[in-house]
Design a protein around this ligand. Sequence first.
Ligand code: ADP
Ligand code: MG
Length: 328
Amino acid sequence: MTDENVKQSGEFELIRWIQQQAGDDDRMLCAIGDDCSIDQLPTGKQLLTSNDLLIEDIHFNRAWTSLFDLGRKSVAVNLSDIAAMGGKPRALYLGIGRPKHLGEHDLKDFVRGFLYEAKRHDVILAGGDTCGSPGPLIISVTVQGQVSAGRAVLRQGAGCGDAIYVSGTLGDSALALQLLRAEQTPPAPLVQRFNTPAARLGVGQYLGENDLATAMLDVSDGLLADLDHLLRASGVGAEVMISTLPLSEAFRSALAQDPALIDLALAGGEDYELLFTSARHDLDKSPVPAPGVVKIGTIRAGSGVVVRQDNGDTYRCRRRGFDHFAIN
Ligand code: ADP
Ligand code: MG
């Protein structure tokens, strides 16, 4: 941080306030306050690290998302990456590029939301950086997690004949965004999925610990785009049955009015559900080994995804994966 920034906006006081709000945690030998945090991983664990950048008017719009929810969401999307490896999140690092127009009250609301979501999942805010931004609000979050040695589930590893599963429901967040853009009020459950997505940590850890998934990632860009990442990494192709896609009640009632909305479930983005493959074809049967997952297709030899309708015809999705607000 430069002296100029400090003079401008009293960032030191803000950091002290963040430090107080974050509190102490015995798991970290040293967290906020020194040049680096010091962590000591338990024996036999491996460290997972990931970073996500959220830039105002590209990844979020303050007219649609409160700063408290934005704080929650910036944690959730990072935890989702740890879930996608089958890991347990441990620590977060928060970089804030603060525009002049963002008042202290708003900024604290953001940090409150961030810590609310972090504490809900027992994750430590262990450091960060705070600086003025001449442009938009910029949030950079790094998450670290742990996984038992050799248990991380990668994008590669899907084999021919494996079943393809997805957790939760698809398309809710993208439908909310589409309605908000059209200046309509989306049903509350859709807005909730858009503003405060839930990282599927329990499902991810269960799959990893029990060695049930051959490959896995989280759906952030849309089912088809993310499935394509998994297929390329694994060197295989896939067939997906469109009638099996898990859809919420709110999504289904909108779909009944406009069947073309199915493309939002296929390629909408920001679902933050887990997409994984397994040699087992009964993970969605009771007694439920992996609660809340639905089988949507099968891995085949070759490359690319074929989406099939019930009559066997191929379905062509007219939408590409999530491409962020600025480019649409
Ligand atoms: P430095 O000059 O070493 O970057 P800072 O004054 O930026 O130090 O930060 C002091 C301490 O506060 C560090 O431990 C840093 O990790 C932490 N910190 C700074 N900004 C944030 C933030 N937005 N969230 C959490 N911790 C922060
Ligand atoms: Mg700094």
